[in-house]
Design a protein around this ligand. Structure first.
Ligand SMILES: [Zn+2]
Length: 402
């Protein structure tokens, strides 16, 4: 046995348990396990949660100091497109490495990141991130999405195809900011068929109640038999349309088994800047969950022209998600925690049943006595375990006698 974590709190309504870990997986969970391990840690009732999974990030953009005067999404895109042309592979790698270190220190054990693939020059970042993914593979599972504009010109098509051939895992894009969103969605499905890869699109990141790309996406998902293999990030317009229209779209999303990712911090920062009263800008999380849709919450942009805030702390994201969506009851707080743990595990195709015998030992130790403190008052992460290895440890020292 490699590790035994003794006296761990894994549910607030159950007794403390010991967690035994061997060969990277959880070997036993029970009260007062008789086994002995090479390393034992008495957690004295501290909470343990599954590894956090950040299902939507932009590692190529993080920590880019470039001003966005208006603060709008459109200016962010303009500033980013101008600045990125002059960035070297080393600069992209620096952004991504700093981001991954911060994420792992905050308990993230798996991540899906989009990388721009609209112009040939973007392949510099793609290659840098593929190299970094290989280097970090024992610390974090990283999936990459080619964020391009399929069907929007020869260079766009060539670039996204090159990225997929180099080893990028998924087809991405942002149809709502292309001249013909439906044609862009169709081009993404054509690529998915050719390359045999799943799809993850930025969908309707707009206050426009008439935008129905999500409906088109659901329709095409069913037509191509790709249920469960398609992800839609943002889906903000869903919040702005009337209830009857929203119910119809949500029903389509559920039937197509589309995974939805809400990005609470960036939507709060970017959406509804000229609207009074200012809307929250996030999608209809409660209604999607109630209809059985796999809804996840993720970071999106961190400290770049799109959003000046954040540190890849997914428990802050879960906390903000719960507050923004009025998820304040006990079961709703657990739901919000599942939106950064087990639900994104299902989205990434990883084991999604939490702390169970046989599951990978991807765990986070919290300096908290209640599991739900993870959402109500995000605590210090005392350790991150990746496949049974403790890869981060935080020490807290109290000075003096008090
Ligand atoms: Zn995004």
């Amino acid at each position: 046995m490699d590790w035994i974590l003794r006296n761990a709190r894994i549910r607030d309504d159950a007794d403390l348990v010991d967690i035994a870990i061997t060969n990277g997986v959880i070997a036993a969970v029970g009260s007062t396990l008789p086994q002995r391990a090479d390393q034992e840690w008495d957690l004295a009732g501290r909470a343990v949660i599954p590894g956090l999974i950040d299902a939507h990030t932009h590692l190529d953009k993080s920590y880019l100091a470039a001003a966005n005067q208006s603060g709008t999404l459109m200016e962010a895109i303009e500033v980013w497109r101008r600045v990125k042309q002059n960035r070297s592979a080393a600069e992209f790698e620096w952004s991504a490495r700093r981001a991954l270190k911060s994420a792992i220190a905050h308990g993230v054990t798996a991540m899906r990141s989009h990388i721009d693939t609209e112009h040939r020059g973007d392949l510099v970042a793609v290659e840098a991130l593929l190299t970094l993914r290989e280097e970090m593979k024992d610390r974090i599972d990283l999936q990459l999405v080619a964020l391009g504009f399929p069907g929007n010109g020869a260079e766009a098509d060539e670039t996204i195809e090159s990225a997929l051939r180099l080893g990028v895992d998924l087809i991405g894009g942002a149809p709502a900011i292309t001249p013909d969103p439906t044609a862009t969605v169709d081009a993404a499905f054509a690529l998915a068929e050719r390359f045999g890869k799943p799809i993850d699109l930025h969908i309707d990141e707009t206050e426009d109640a008439q935008m129905r790309t999500l409906s088109t996406l659901a329709d095409r998902t069913l037509a191509h038999g790709m249920e469960g293999q398609v992800t839609a990030g943002h889906c903000c317009s869903l919040a702005f349309m009337d209830d009857a229209s929203a119910v119809a779209v949500i029903d389509q999303v559920a039937r197509a088994q589309i995974h939805v990712i809400t990005l609470p911090l960036c939507n709060l920062v970017l959406m509804g800047r000229n609207m009074r009263p200012t809307p929250r800008g996030v999608t209809r999380v409660g209604e999607l969950l109630a209809r059985g849709v796999n809804v996840c919450a993720a970071s999106d942009n961190v400290q770049d022209p799109f959003n000046p805030f954040g540190s890849y702390d997914l428990l802050q994201t879960a906390s903000l998600n719960a507050a923004l969506n009025h998820m304040t009851g006990e079961s709703q707080l657990y739901d919000s925690l599942s939106m950064v743990t087990t639900r994104p595990a299902r989205l990434l195709g990883l084991p999604d049943d939490g702390i169970r015998v046989g599951a990978p030992a991807d765990l986070v130790i919290l300096d908290a006595e209640r599991v739900l403190d993870a959402v109500t008052a995000p605590p210090i992460r005392l350790a991150t375990f990746k496949r049974g290895r403790r890869i981060v440890r935080t020490e807290i020292s109290v000075i003096g006698d008090w």
